[in-house]
Design a protein around this ligand. Structure first.
Ligand code: DQA
Length: 144
């Protein structure tokens, strides 16, 4: 099984940005964490981060026919991007939405998730562990 892990804008600033909300570990540490979880699940993985909406849309489109599952933290684009929602719907690859923080307990504008409407599951508020849960969910339900 191959999983694509997509992280959206400002997640490259993990460890620096608002550590009280997002923790003190870096994006590189998140990639190591994800790679470790995937290795234990016998899952091949690719991690991709971009601050640009169109690049994320391009990456989702390019995954068509090549990837068995997507883990996506669209970050701020969660709450604005119909384009990312449509890209996920277009490729029909099972996708799980992840947020480090509990978006439902934050500002009202973070309560809407467009990308989440195309996802089979959401994990929010579990920090890095949410990515583990998402990978395990995909491996269990869509693994081969
Ligand atoms: C986030 C939550 C979003 O509201 C925010 O814009 C982010 C990160 C999270 O992982 O908690 O950049 O997706």
């Amino acid at each position: 099984m191959k999983i694509l892990v997509i992280n959206g804008p400002n997640l490259n600033m993990l460890g620096i940005r608002e550590p009280g909300i997002y923790g003190d570990q870096s994006y590189a540490a998140l990639v190591r964490f994800v790679e470790d979880v995937c290795a234990r699940q016998n899952v091949e993985c690719e991690c991709f981060q971009s601050n640009h909406e169109g690049d994320i849309v391009d990456k989702i489109q390019a995954a068509y026919g090549k990837v068995d599952g997507i883990v996506i933290n669209p970050a701020a684009y969660t709450h604005t991007s119909v384009a990312i929602l449509d890209a996920l719907k277009a490729v029909s690859i099972p996708a799980v939405e992840v947020h480090l923080s509990d978006v439902s307990a934050r500002e009202a504008f973070r309560h809407i998730s467009y990308a989440g409407m195309a996802c089979v599951k959401t994990y929010a508020g579990f920090g890095f562990d949410g990515y583990r849960m998402a990978i395990e969910y995909l491996a269990e339900h869509y693994g081969k």
